[in-house]
Design a protein around this ligand. Structure first.
Ligand SMILES: [Zn+2]
Ligand SMILES: [Zn+2]
Length: 309
Protein backbone atom coordinates (compact mmCIF):
# COMPACT_ATOMS: atom_id res chain seq x y z
CA UNK A 1 0.00 0.00 0.00
CA UNK A 2 0.98 3.65 -0.36
CA UNK A 3 1.83 5.79 2.60
CA UNK A 4 3.81 8.84 3.67
CA UNK A 5 6.70 7.40 5.66
CA UNK A 6 8.89 9.32 8.08
CA UNK A 7 12.49 8.14 8.23
CA UNK A 8 13.59 10.48 11.03
CA UNK A 9 15.79 13.57 10.92
CA UNK A 10 13.26 15.58 8.96
CA UNK A 11 13.09 13.14 6.04
CA UNK A 12 9.79 11.80 4.68
CA UNK A 13 8.85 10.07 1.45
CA UNK A 14 5.82 8.45 -0.17
CA UNK A 15 6.38 4.69 -0.33
CA UNK A 16 4.29 2.27 -2.33
CA UNK A 17 5.88 -0.87 -0.91
CA UNK A 18 4.34 -0.75 2.56
CA UNK A 19 2.58 -3.94 3.67
CA UNK A 20 -1.09 -3.68 4.63
CA UNK A 21 -0.93 -3.84 8.44
CA UNK A 22 -2.29 -6.90 10.22
CA UNK A 23 -4.57 -6.04 13.16
CA UNK A 24 -3.73 -7.49 16.58
CA UNK A 25 -6.40 -9.43 18.50
CA UNK A 26 -7.83 -6.27 20.09
CA UNK A 27 -7.45 -4.07 16.99
CA UNK A 28 -9.34 -3.13 13.84
CA UNK A 29 -8.12 -2.67 10.29
CA UNK A 30 -9.32 0.64 8.89
CA UNK A 31 -9.45 1.72 5.27
CA UNK A 32 -8.61 5.41 5.40
CA UNK A 33 -10.97 7.71 3.48
CA UNK A 34 -9.72 11.15 4.50
CA UNK A 35 -6.70 12.16 6.54
CA UNK A 36 -5.91 15.69 7.64
CA UNK A 37 -2.56 17.39 8.12
CA UNK A 38 -2.10 18.91 11.56
CA UNK A 39 0.55 21.35 12.71
CA UNK A 40 1.85 18.51 14.89
CA UNK A 41 2.74 16.66 11.65
CA UNK A 42 4.68 19.69 10.51
CA UNK A 43 6.45 19.74 13.87
CA UNK A 44 7.37 16.06 13.42
CA UNK A 45 9.10 17.02 10.18
CA UNK A 46 10.83 19.82 12.08
CA UNK A 47 12.19 17.37 14.64
CA UNK A 48 9.55 17.38 17.39
CA UNK A 49 9.59 13.55 17.64
CA UNK A 50 13.22 12.54 17.01
CA UNK A 51 12.57 8.87 17.87
CA UNK A 52 9.60 8.34 15.58
CA UNK A 53 9.92 6.32 12.39
CA UNK A 54 6.88 5.17 10.43
CA UNK A 55 3.73 6.28 8.61
CA UNK A 56 2.81 9.83 9.60
CA UNK A 57 -0.62 11.28 10.40
CA UNK A 58 -3.17 11.03 13.19
CA UNK A 59 -6.38 12.75 12.00
CA UNK A 60 -8.60 10.52 9.87
CA UNK A 61 -11.98 9.18 8.88
CA UNK A 62 -12.11 5.62 7.64
CA UNK A 63 -14.17 2.46 7.28
CA UNK A 64 -13.58 -0.63 9.41
CA UNK A 65 -12.67 -3.64 7.27
CA UNK A 66 -11.71 -6.14 9.97
CA UNK A 67 -12.28 -5.86 13.70
CA UNK A 68 -12.13 -7.57 17.06
CA UNK A 69 -15.73 -6.28 17.33
CA UNK A 70 -17.58 -7.78 14.33
CA UNK A 71 -20.45 -5.29 14.72
CA UNK A 72 -18.05 -2.52 13.70
CA UNK A 73 -17.16 -3.99 10.30
CA UNK A 74 -18.36 -1.58 7.62
CA UNK A 75 -18.80 1.29 10.09
CA UNK A 76 -17.40 4.73 9.42
CA UNK A 77 -15.11 5.73 12.26
CA UNK A 78 -12.72 8.27 13.70
CA UNK A 79 -10.18 7.25 16.32
CA UNK A 80 -8.23 8.36 19.34
CA UNK A 81 -4.46 8.58 19.12
CA UNK A 82 -3.09 7.10 22.33
CA UNK A 83 -2.89 3.40 23.19
CA UNK A 84 -1.38 2.79 26.62
CA UNK A 85 0.33 -0.27 28.08
CA UNK A 86 -2.63 -0.99 30.38
CA UNK A 87 -0.36 -1.59 33.38
CA UNK A 88 1.36 1.62 34.47
CA UNK A 89 0.08 4.12 37.03
CA UNK A 90 -1.42 6.33 34.31
CA UNK A 91 -3.20 3.50 32.55
CA UNK A 92 -4.56 2.23 35.87
CA UNK A 93 -5.85 5.66 36.89
CA UNK A 94 -7.77 6.70 33.78
CA UNK A 95 -4.92 8.63 32.14
CA UNK A 96 -4.03 6.26 29.34
CA UNK A 97 -3.08 9.20 27.14
CA UNK A 98 -0.20 9.82 29.55
CA UNK A 99 1.14 6.26 29.63
CA UNK A 100 4.92 6.47 29.45
CA UNK A 101 4.97 3.50 27.05
CA UNK A 102 2.06 4.68 24.95
CA UNK A 103 1.86 4.10 21.25
CA UNK A 104 0.51 7.09 19.36
CA UNK A 105 -0.54 6.83 15.73
CA UNK A 106 1.82 8.76 13.49
CA UNK A 107 3.80 10.02 16.49
CA UNK A 108 5.22 7.22 18.66
CA UNK A 109 5.77 3.50 17.94
CA UNK A 110 2.67 3.17 15.78
CA UNK A 111 2.04 3.77 12.09
CA UNK A 112 -0.36 6.59 11.36
CA UNK A 113 -3.11 7.37 8.89
CA UNK A 114 -1.32 8.91 5.90
CA UNK A 115 -1.65 5.54 4.19
CA UNK A 116 -4.37 3.45 2.56
CA UNK A 117 -4.82 1.29 5.69
CA UNK A 118 -4.10 1.61 9.38
CA UNK A 119 -4.70 -0.51 12.48
CA UNK A 120 -5.92 0.86 15.78
CA UNK A 121 -7.14 -0.66 19.05
CA UNK A 122 -10.87 -1.17 18.60
CA UNK A 123 -11.93 0.55 21.82
CA UNK A 124 -10.29 3.75 20.58
CA UNK A 125 -12.66 3.96 17.61
CA UNK A 126 -15.82 6.09 17.52
CA UNK A 127 -18.65 5.65 15.05
CA UNK A 128 -19.34 8.70 12.91
CA UNK A 129 -23.04 9.68 12.81
CA UNK A 130 -24.57 9.01 9.36
CA UNK A 131 -25.50 12.65 8.82
CA UNK A 132 -21.92 13.84 9.27
CA UNK A 133 -19.93 14.06 6.00
CA UNK A 134 -16.36 12.70 5.95
CA UNK A 135 -15.03 16.19 5.21
CA UNK A 136 -16.47 17.43 8.50
CA UNK A 137 -15.87 14.34 10.63
CA UNK A 138 -12.14 14.59 9.92
CA UNK A 139 -12.09 17.62 12.22
CA UNK A 140 -13.11 15.50 15.21
CA UNK A 141 -9.62 15.06 16.68
CA UNK A 142 -8.58 18.74 16.72
CA UNK A 143 -12.05 19.74 17.94
CA UNK A 144 -11.75 17.21 20.76
CA UNK A 145 -8.42 18.84 21.64
CA UNK A 146 -10.22 22.20 21.83
CA UNK A 147 -12.93 20.69 24.05
CA UNK A 148 -10.30 19.41 26.47
CA UNK A 149 -9.99 22.97 27.79
CA UNK A 150 -13.56 22.90 29.10
CA UNK A 151 -12.75 19.57 30.71
CA UNK A 152 -9.81 21.06 32.57
CA UNK A 153 -10.64 24.62 33.57
CA UNK A 154 -13.76 26.30 34.84
CA UNK A 155 -14.94 28.75 32.20
CA UNK A 156 -16.97 31.58 33.70
CA UNK A 157 -19.42 32.86 31.06
CA UNK A 158 -19.66 36.25 32.75
CA UNK A 159 -15.98 37.03 32.20
CA UNK A 160 -14.29 37.78 28.89
CA UNK A 161 -11.54 35.37 27.97
CA UNK A 162 -8.78 35.50 25.41
CA UNK A 163 -7.47 33.10 22.78
CA UNK A 164 -4.00 33.91 21.43
CA UNK A 165 -3.55 32.71 17.85
CA UNK A 166 -5.69 32.84 14.71
CA UNK A 167 -4.99 29.43 13.20
CA UNK A 168 -6.99 26.23 13.02
CA UNK A 169 -6.84 25.19 16.62
CA UNK A 170 -7.51 28.75 17.78
CA UNK A 171 -10.66 28.88 15.62
CA UNK A 172 -11.97 25.68 17.16
CA UNK A 173 -11.08 26.72 20.69
CA UNK A 174 -12.71 30.12 20.25
CA UNK A 175 -15.91 28.52 18.94
CA UNK A 176 -16.06 25.96 21.73
CA UNK A 177 -15.49 28.63 24.38
CA UNK A 178 -18.05 30.96 22.80
CA UNK A 179 -20.68 28.21 23.24
CA UNK A 180 -20.48 28.87 26.98
CA UNK A 181 -21.83 32.36 26.33
CA UNK A 182 -18.59 34.01 27.40
CA UNK A 183 -17.23 36.94 25.42
CA UNK A 184 -14.26 35.55 23.48
CA UNK A 185 -11.48 37.93 22.45
CA UNK A 186 -8.99 36.72 19.86
CA UNK A 187 -5.46 38.05 19.62
CA UNK A 188 -3.92 37.32 16.21
CA UNK A 189 -1.80 38.84 13.46
CA UNK A 190 -3.53 37.90 10.22
CA UNK A 191 -6.45 40.11 9.15
CA UNK A 192 -7.75 37.50 6.69
CA UNK A 193 -7.76 34.74 9.31
CA UNK A 194 -9.32 36.96 11.95
CA UNK A 195 -12.35 37.50 9.67
CA UNK A 196 -13.40 33.92 10.43
CA UNK A 197 -13.65 34.66 14.14
CA UNK A 198 -15.90 37.69 13.81
CA UNK A 199 -19.26 35.84 13.92
CA UNK A 200 -18.59 34.74 17.50
CA UNK A 201 -15.60 36.67 18.86
CA UNK A 202 -14.10 40.12 19.25
CA UNK A 203 -10.87 40.32 17.30
CA UNK A 204 -9.26 43.30 18.96
CA UNK A 205 -7.68 43.35 22.37
CA UNK A 206 -8.23 46.64 24.16
CA UNK A 207 -5.28 48.72 25.29
CA UNK A 208 -4.12 47.46 28.71
CA UNK A 209 -6.85 44.79 28.64
CA UNK A 210 -6.12 41.64 30.65
CA UNK A 211 -8.04 38.42 31.22
CA UNK A 212 -8.70 35.89 33.97
CA UNK A 213 -8.38 33.11 31.40
CA UNK A 214 -6.00 33.12 28.41
CA UNK A 215 -5.49 30.22 26.01
CA UNK A 216 -2.29 30.12 23.98
CA UNK A 217 -2.99 28.36 20.68
CA UNK A 218 -0.49 30.42 18.69
CA UNK A 219 2.02 27.66 18.09
CA UNK A 220 4.93 30.02 18.62
CA UNK A 221 7.17 31.21 21.46
CA UNK A 222 6.17 34.82 20.75
CA UNK A 223 2.51 33.88 21.16
CA UNK A 224 3.35 32.40 24.53
CA UNK A 225 4.90 35.72 25.55
CA UNK A 226 1.77 37.56 24.41
CA UNK A 227 -0.42 35.15 26.36
CA UNK A 228 1.66 35.67 29.46
CA UNK A 229 1.27 39.42 29.13
CA UNK A 230 -2.51 39.18 28.74
CA UNK A 231 -3.22 36.96 31.74
CA UNK A 232 -4.15 38.66 34.98
CA UNK A 233 -2.35 38.11 38.25
CA UNK A 234 -3.79 34.93 39.77
CA UNK A 235 -5.41 34.18 36.42
CA UNK A 236 -5.17 30.97 34.39
CA UNK A 237 -3.00 30.38 31.34
CA UNK A 238 -3.88 27.34 29.22
CA UNK A 239 -1.12 26.14 26.89
CA UNK A 240 -2.26 24.34 23.75
CA UNK A 241 0.83 24.82 21.58
CA UNK A 242 3.47 22.17 21.03
CA UNK A 243 6.44 23.48 19.14
CA UNK A 244 9.81 21.88 18.43
CA UNK A 245 11.57 25.18 18.95
CA UNK A 246 12.86 25.70 22.48
CA UNK A 247 12.02 29.07 23.95
CA UNK A 248 14.17 30.69 26.60
CA UNK A 249 11.54 31.27 29.24
CA UNK A 250 11.63 33.57 32.15
CA UNK A 251 9.20 31.96 34.55
CA UNK A 252 9.72 34.41 37.39
CA UNK A 253 6.74 36.58 36.45
CA UNK A 254 4.45 33.54 36.48
CA UNK A 255 5.60 32.94 40.03
CA UNK A 256 5.37 36.54 41.13
CA UNK A 257 1.97 37.00 39.47
CA UNK A 258 0.76 33.63 40.81
CA UNK A 259 -0.49 32.47 37.43
CA UNK A 260 -1.99 29.00 37.15
CA UNK A 261 -0.50 27.29 34.09
CA UNK A 262 -2.47 24.42 32.57
CA UNK A 263 -1.04 22.20 29.84
CA UNK A 264 -3.66 20.68 27.59
CA UNK A 265 -3.48 18.16 24.75
CA UNK A 266 -5.94 15.52 23.50
CA UNK A 267 -9.64 15.64 24.31
CA UNK A 268 -12.94 13.75 24.27
CA UNK A 269 -14.19 12.52 20.87
CA UNK A 270 -17.88 11.89 21.55
CA UNK A 271 -18.68 15.52 22.54
CA UNK A 272 -16.73 16.70 19.49
CA UNK A 273 -18.81 14.46 17.21
CA UNK A 274 -21.99 15.80 18.83
CA UNK A 275 -20.98 19.43 18.26
CA UNK A 276 -20.14 18.72 14.62
CA UNK A 277 -23.32 16.71 14.02
CA UNK A 278 -25.49 19.45 15.47
CA UNK A 279 -23.71 22.14 13.49
CA UNK A 280 -22.73 24.03 16.64
CA UNK A 281 -19.18 24.30 15.39
CA UNK A 282 -18.67 25.13 11.73
CA UNK A 283 -15.34 25.09 9.95
CA UNK A 284 -14.00 26.11 6.55
CA UNK A 285 -13.70 23.26 4.03
CA UNK A 286 -10.66 21.00 3.97
CA UNK A 287 -8.37 21.31 0.93
CA UNK A 288 -7.58 17.88 -0.49
CA UNK A 289 -4.38 16.64 -2.09
CA UNK A 290 -3.02 13.43 -3.54
CA UNK A 291 -0.47 11.79 -1.27
CA UNK A 292 2.26 12.40 -3.87
CA UNK A 293 1.72 16.13 -3.39
CA UNK A 294 2.24 15.91 0.36
CA UNK A 295 4.71 18.79 0.36
CA UNK A 296 1.99 21.06 -1.06
CA UNK A 297 -0.46 19.75 1.54
CA UNK A 298 2.02 20.42 4.35
CA UNK A 299 2.79 23.88 2.98
CA UNK A 300 -0.84 24.79 2.29
CA UNK A 301 -2.18 27.99 3.79
CA UNK A 302 -5.75 26.63 3.66
CA UNK A 303 -7.61 26.34 6.96
CA UNK A 304 -7.07 22.59 6.78
CA UNK A 305 -5.38 20.46 4.18
CA UNK A 306 -5.39 16.73 3.85
CA UNK A 307 -5.46 13.63 1.70
CA UNK A 308 -8.25 11.68 0.07
CA UNK A 309 -7.55 7.98 -0.45
ZN1 LIG B 1 -3.74 16.87 15.27
ZN1 LIG C 1 0.59 2.58 30.64
Amino acid sequence: MRGLYYFGEGRAEVRSDLPVPVPAADESLIKIKFAAVCSTDREVLAGYKPDFVGVMGHEFVGVVEKSSDPTLVGARVVGELNAGCGKCIYCRTGREGHCVDRRVIGLANKDGCFAEHMTLRTDLLHRVPDSLPDEVAVFCEPLAAALEITDKVHVRPSQPLCVVGDGRLALMIAQVLSLTGAEVVVCGHHADKLERFKPFARVEVGEDETFELVVDASGSPSGFDTARRLVRHRGTLVLKSTFAEKSPMNLADLVVNEVTVVGSRCGPFEPALRLLERGLVTLPPIELYDLDDWRDAFGSRAFKSGFKF
